[in-house]
Write a protein of this length. Structure first.
Length: 264
């Protein structure tokens, strides 16, 4: 585990951040200066994407479900943050996240959309894409698997890309070490901050799961021997300075169904 990183952050880093880097660098072939839009930006995967987008030189727009999550995404490095529905951060009435994004960057100006939410956002995500834009599908936290009308892809010269990192890593294990090395380099240079986590004690695993299911969690939820019930919220922090000797990735316990990490 890298020097200076907490065990809780170390439990979160190899999961969401390797997935985020795989999505942006390997699948989307992101280039510095491109515009990235992140749905579910205050969750574990979304926070990783926001921080990595910042580190990779992307203009990053966060989409969040409420004002607290919107502000959290901004603290994590998003250049802009909008609400998924309702009124926007300045208090003005909103027509939804797509209208707010168009106000910021114009129509069809997003190069990459990273979506772990799914549900009813797919069509508007495609509408936001610039020519040769890429929509990354990471999951369906919204509960519904959307359907794509491929004529939209044809007419817009856009694409939808699946991101199943675990399956890919199992077939190409050497890529894990390569991506981990890139993460360590971004951290060493100060471009990438450590993951923000909410730590719960193992005895309060039920509370941790409830925070996830109620969509109250900010960042990654982890179980820790040092966590205190209901008190584990952590804000995004500045990246560490260069010069640490970084070693192998942490080896957390992980429940792929509940999205909980454990530090033992």
């Amino acid at each position: 585990m890298p020097d200076g990183m907490s065990f809780e952050a170390g439990a979160a880093a190899p999961l969401n951040y390797l997935t985020g880097l795989f999505a942006l660098v390997r699948r989307a072939r992101a280039l510095a200066g491109e515009t990235l839009l992140v749905h579910g930006a205050a969750g574990g995967v979304g926070t990783a994407a926001v921080q990595l987008g910042k580190a990779l030189g992307l203009r990053t727009i966060a989409v969040a479900g409420d004002e607290a999550k919107r502000e959290f995404a901004l603290r994590c490095g998003a250049d802009h943050a909008v609400l998924s529905h309702g009124r926007q951060g300045d208090g003005r009435p909103g027509d939804g996240w797509l209208a707010a994004v168009r106000d910021l960057v114009g129509e069809r100006a997003v190069d990459i959309v990273l979506d772990p939410v799914g549900s009813d956002r797919m069509t508007d995500s495609l509408r936001s894409l610039a020519p040769e834009g890429r929509l990354l599908v990471l999951g369906f936290a919204g509960g519904e698997i959307p359907v794509v009308k491929v004529n939209r892809l044809l007419l817009g010269n856009t694409g939808v890309l699946g991101v199943a990192s675990r399956e890919f890593f199992e077939r190409h294990p050497a890529l894990v070490a390569e991506l981990w090395g890139q993460l360590l380099e971004l951290r060493q240079t100060g471009a990438l901050a450590d993951p923000p986590v909410e730590a719960y004690p193992f005895a309060d695993a039920r509370g941790a799961l409830r925070a996830i299911s109620d969509r109250r969690a900010l960042g990654k939820v982890v179980l820790s021997r040092t966590g205190r019930a209901g008190s584990g919220r952590s804000s995004c922090r500045a990246p560490p300075g260069a010069g640490h000797d970084d070693h192998s990735p942490a080896t957390p316990t992980y429940d792929h169904h509940s999205h909980l990490c454990g530090v033992t």
